[in-house]
Write a new protein. Sequence first.
Length: 415
Amino acid sequence: MVALAMAMVPALGGEVGPTVTGPVPASGGDWSPVLSLSLDSYYDSNVYIYEFGDIAGQDSMVTQIEPEMGVRWKDEDTEPSTFLFSYHPRFTWFHSEPSEDHIIHSVDCRQEGHSGIFSWEIDGRMAYTDGDRLGLVFLGPGGAPAIGGFQIRDRRENFWTKQLIRLRWDLGPVFVRPQYFGFINDFMEIHQPIPGYCNYLDRERFEGGIDVGLSLAPKLWLVGGYRGGIQKQDTTQWNPVHYSNDYQRAVAGLEGEPLPWLRLSFLIGPSFHRFNDSVAPYFSRNQDRVFVDACVALKPTHLDTCTIKLGRYEEMVSSACGAYEDIQYRATWEHRFTDAVSAAADFWVFRGEFESPHLRDDTIYTPSLKVTWKINEHLAATAGYTYQWVESDLPATAGREYYRNEARIGLKTVF
């Protein structure tokens, strides 16, 4: 979603990229180190998220270790400003399926500030995944698992970067907010013209726009805006088809915190896409879609927080030459039992509606539970369970459907 914020980068599903810098922090702030170490162990009942052939239902115990090192700068004077830079590699070992072992080298960089009527937000991330360069062959009915098997894709060698820059001028009852968003996926997998082999294709998106907000009530804004951008998709050597396009988008909605227990951000509008002349035959180059980016956070009690997110936008397929509508719904409920113990229930629905000529419409359902115990100021323990299942709308595509269980425990220490 556009709310993905990254200043150097890889996506989501992950890089080395250009550095984005903001205003230089003034003197008077405080620097502090960012040091932590996470250790997780979990059971994965379906490593390859597939129900056909030799890779069907392969399970494994998995170990993950993720240190984090960085610095934070914070100035809490009359015009507060913050800066964060961190590097956090995540080492993952699949003990029964070593071909899936990988390391994700991630870098985050964020800077926010305020000066008079002017404020800014610069948020960037990049990641490089050191993993296998060979893809998998999926010969079940319907081909690869739902939405291209992005979980497997993200374990292959790749680089991604995302950037978000927002500026804002507050002019009494009106604000003006120009912004930029960029996203690059560079998949380094070896391409092969083999039936059933999943060839991951590079993709990127660059977008600029502006919002204008009008105050309706204290801390509540009516927002209207415009976005213009381009999406690019790579090709294989043996297939020149790709779905690169440019788009224009108008959005309107509400944002703010009108009540102490309610915070919202909701944008919706038409998105007009013009695809290039390299699309598949019989696919119209001019396509109109609906764009949605919404988040509502509720605090019914001082111990509970409920968050609901909705998203819908046109995206480039990473596992084939094509495009699809990325549609996501997510609801999370967090409850704090004591200062030390909390729990969260989450339900995520991820749907992909593919453009012609692809005969694919998938929905992934993922409910999960997590309990966190803050043992002391520096140490926390977690335990969680995730179940995942897929439904394909089209007949004779059972290969796209799968079931998966994950049971996880973890420790995190902050220095």
